[in-house]
Ligand binder design. Structure first.
Ligand SMILES: *Cc1c(COP(=O)(O)O)cnc(C)c1O
Length: 586
């Protein structure tokens, strides 16, 4: 938010606010300075310019003990601000109280005698359909919040705090205006990890492209019904075009279809259902249905199998080779051993979460073709690398899969809530998810544009297409290709840095995950070795510039780095290597 304060000596007042609060100037012109403060901005006008331009600033209730013109400052948190004003040496003229004009306000004088009225409007209930003025105020407040969030993110430590405030109670009356609520939201966001920050190299980093956030706002306000093509034909067409573009990037042909899901877990689930429906039919007994994965498969695949009505025990978690990829000979042996049962699905990983391992896609496609099995590739983490030429080379063979799950909210840097399932023979997806109802008869047509609901488990759904489409429009596809290539290069840089520190590289990066640990000392007990590595992780993270996570491989503790944020660039990797070096020698 912008609060306005007119002052008699702009320079001195700026110096005062900067020294007192550390507020940084953002806009600086001779008669106006905007200072960035938590929860908003403070606009300082030279008094004459302010009154000349706005006519405001001269009116207000009289204050005893001063002759200065009064100025009204609406702040986010009057109580906190009042306390800070006092701490900074401002003189309280009249403490925070409900004023006759219906607002809480306090009066202060800065050392120059400028009177500051710190106030907060007590809002009446906003109608559910707010007027343009209210809405504009909310948008302005949100805009300021977004800018502050991103400015603070750039300077913030790699992880947030571990504890924080609870949410205010829900009452019959409004809890406050949006500007009153946003600081609490900012504080709540501080608690926990910061997956949208440059230094976040743990698990799978999150995205959060601002362009996608804007797309969500626009999509949600328009709120068109994009479950069915007939109710929003142009918008569902836009989504279909995005899916077509993605399918082409993965090497699929024109008969491919896809859906945007909430994430990889749901995409994997819909893939299992589609494979089951295609290979084993609509009805029946799936007690003998067998699924093959590697022991490194993501747990949501196993859950997807169970949700699809197939016993979890029927998932054969096959052994991996020395680079943690599914062993094809083990798959062939397992299929042999399952003769008489109903094997129907192989789930390959294109980028495991643990180490980024890519299963041998061509060899698995050969086995599936020979045995009549469905090949699904879980590329939730790694799939997006097909957008980069080098990544596409490493994922060679992925186009032979019957279906591919990948997460735009990972490798395309979108905010959480966007996964994608692509199916090579698109009609298989439709056959598995068909549904019909008499109350849809007016709008249920055979439109050339496919209805998303005909291809997935959802009916009503958010318009996810726009959050994929708008960033592609605003940045161009090349920006994504280059960013993903950069992530591969940065991971290689970290690899070289770690190798030069004498660390044990568990597996050279296949994509952008790098697993490593301290080498085991001679005759060292494995528990002791694990403990040293765990201590190393904490020592690295404690430095606050990067945040890493760990995993276990063959039962042993392993640290891992995953480079996937669009905000992570070379300086972060340099900091990573420096901090690992420092943590080792500490
Ligand atoms: C993240 C991930 C998933 C699950 O995806 P969500 O988007 O979290 O639902 C599945 N498989 C792999 C390999 C993943 O990295």
């Amino acid at each position: 938010m912008l609060v306005i304060l007119a002052v008699s000596d702009l320079k001195r007042s700026v110096a005062f606010w900067r020294a007192a609060f550390g507020w940084r100037p953002r806009v600086e012109v001779p008669v106006y300075v905007e200072l960035v403060m938590p929860g908003g901005t403070l606009g300082l006008y030279q008094r004459e310019a302010f009154t000349r331009n706005t006519g405001e600033g001269a009116a207000g209730p009289p204050v005893a003990g001063t002759t200065s013109t009064e100025l009204y400052v609406r702040v986010v948190e009057p109580l906190a601000t009042a306390a800070r004003l006092e701490a900074a040496g401002a003189r309280c003229l009249s403490p925070l109280a409900l004023r006759p004009w219906g607002e809480e306000a306090a009066y202060y004088a800065d050392p120059d005698g400028n009177v500051v009225v710190v106030g907060r409007a007590l809002p009446g209930p906003a109608p559910l359909d707010p007027d343009a003025e209210t809405l504009d105020r909310w948008l302005q407040a949100s805009s300021a919040w977004v800018l502050d969030h991103l400015a603070e993110l750039a300077a913030a430590p790699a992880s947030g705090t571990t504890t924080g405030a609870a949410s205010p109670p829900i009452t019959e009356e409004p809890a406050g205006d949006l500007v009153d609520l946003l600081p609490g939201l900012a504080r709540a966001a501080e608690v926990g990890l910061r997956p949208n920050g440059a230094g976040y190299l743990a698990y799978i980093p999150g995205g959060g492209l601002p362009a996608a956030a804007i797309a969500d706002l626009l999509a949600d306000v328009a709120n068109r019904y994009t479950g069915l093509a007939a109710t929003a034909p142009a918008l569902t067409r836009l989504e279909a075009d995005v899916l077509r573009w993605l399918a082409t990037e993965f090497g699929y042909g024109p008969e491919a279809r896809g859906i945007l899901t909430s994430g990889g877990a749901l995409a994997n689930f819909a893939a299992v259902v589609t494979a089951r429906h295609t290979k084993l039919g609509a009805g029946g007994d799936w007690r003998d249905a067998i699924v093959y994965t590697s022991a490194q498969v993501h747990h949501t695949v196993v859950r997807g199998v169970r949700l699809a009505g197939i016993p979890e025990a029927n998932v054969r978690a096959l052994p991996v080779d020395d680079r943690l990829r599914m062993r094809v000979d083990a798959l062939e042996a397992a299929i042999e051993a399952d003769r008489g049962r109903r094997p129907f699905l192989v789930v390959a990983s294109a980028g495991t979460t643990n180490t980024g391992a890519i299963d041998p896609l061509h060899a698995l496609a050969d086995v599936c073709a020979r045995e009549g099995l469905w090949l699904h590739v879980d590329g939730a983490y790694g799939g997006a690398f097909v957008l980069s030429p080098e990544g596409r080379r490493r994922l060679d063979g992925i186009a032979r899969a019957d279906s591919i799950a990948f997460d735009p909210h990972k490798g395309m840097f979108l905010p959480y809530g966007t996964g994608c399932l692509l199916v090579r023979e698109g009609r298989r997806l439709a056959e598995a998810h068909h549904g019909d109802a008499p109350y849809l008869q007016d709008i249920d047509g055979d439109d050339a544009t496919p209805s998303p609901t005909a291809y997935g488990p959802e009916l009503s759904r958010p318009f996810r297409g726009l959050r994929v489409w708008l960033p592609l429009m605003l940045h161009g596809a090349r920006a994504f290709r280059e960013a993903l290539t950069e992530k591969l290069e940065l991971t290689e840089l970290a690899h070289q840095g770690f190798a030069s520190l004498g660390l044990d590289i568990v597996d050279p990066p296949q994509l952008s995950v790098l697993a490593f640990r301290l080498p085991r000392a001679r005759d060292e007990a494995v528990e002791q070795w694990d403990a040293r590595n765990e201590a190393l992780l904490h020592a690295i993270n404690a430095r606050g510039r990067v945040w890493l996570s760990s995993t276990r491989l063959d039962g042993r503790y392993v640290l891992r780095v995953c480079v996937l944020s669009f905000r992570t660039h070379r300086p972060t990797i340099d900091a990573l290597v420096e901090d690992v070096r420092a943590a080792i020698s500490a």
